[in-house]
Design a protein around this ligand. Sequence first.
Ligand SMILES: C[S@@+](CC[C@H](N)C(=O)[O-])C[C@H]1O[C@@H](n2cnc3c(N)ncnc32)[C@H](O)[C@@H]1O
Length: 362
Amino acid sequence: MNENRLSALIAERILREGPMRLDSFLELCLYHPDSGYYSRADSRRDFVTVAQRSSLFRECVAAHLVEAPERFGWSEPVFVELGAGDGELLATLWEKVAARGWGERVFFVERGGRRQARALARAPGAAPLLSLAALPARREVIIFANEFFDAFMPRLFALENASLSEAYVAFDTASDHRFALTFEQVRLPDAVRDPLLQHDLATLVGAIETKDLARYSTFLFEFQESLASYCEIFTEFESAYVLAFDYGYTMAEIENYPRGTLMAYARRVATEDVLTDCGARDVTCHVNFSLLETWLERAGFPEQARASQSSWLLEHGLLEFVEAAAPDRKREALNDFKSLVIPGTMSETFTALEAWKGCNRS
Ligand SMILES: C[S@@+](CC[C@H](N)C(=O)[O-])C[C@H]1O[C@@H](n2cnc3c(N)ncnc32)[C@H](O)[C@@H]1O
């Protein structure tokens, strides 16, 4: 099946059942089992992540993760990477963990079938899991995720003169046979079912309403309900450490994104149009770190820390990895280092989020 057939399949469903909520539409575009972007055999690299690009990043992060159990006084740790992609970081982590004799304790969760196969080829000793919930350990869990949380497709809302509506995808048969957004009015708290999420959505709307909205006739914002559900899995762990890198904003910064943050990527070109070329483009959104922190707190992580990715890397010995580079790799390592820490580069816009539960940090 190609992207035209995926578009036809989605169009048929919309014509049969009516407009589709945007998060469901995007789920199909990314994860349809045959022709979703992440499932396709020919999936290209439309977006290069820091874990793919930078060996210094991989070395620094993997070293930190492998040393974590010792810092917490843990003797039987398990390591899991969420959304391991093609497995570049997983391979470095697995090597370091195996060198300590814990090789069989590395797991990864990767939803894209082809990506899972490529990750396994790079880290053959790591065990793929269908879901984090299937991890065969409940304690001493070290969890790593790079650009994973931004892959949870959000619901999209519009706030206009205190009136809230939600984005659905319609199919326009009258004129140009294209997908188009249509907005349906919703009320708080009915927009979501779970009372805690009703509270979160109301908090988000409240945060937007406190800003100076006079400049915008309509304020668009996302709500990653599926990410909130995913975080519930973390509740099951008795002791765990999470390290995640992603891009996003806090509640206080939301006014910087009046048009929402959804972006589609094809051949390294970014566009705001997420409705065309179903299955042929990667789609991401910024993570709302304030909400993510709330969801982790509910999952039992009382201690959390947030920093820019560049300052986290510097604090965790990035420079030492440059110094340790072999003479013939020094120049490359220095360039890599610069790309990770120079102000104004991508690395500054990324955030490192750490969360601890049941970890002895004294
Ligand atoms: C932007 S990629 C990042 C890949 C890799 N971590 C890296 O830094 O190169 C996000 C990955 O998360 C995977 N993913 C998204 N949602 C997932 C889920 N619920 N379970 C497992 N994998 C998921 C996608 O298939 C994709 O490979």
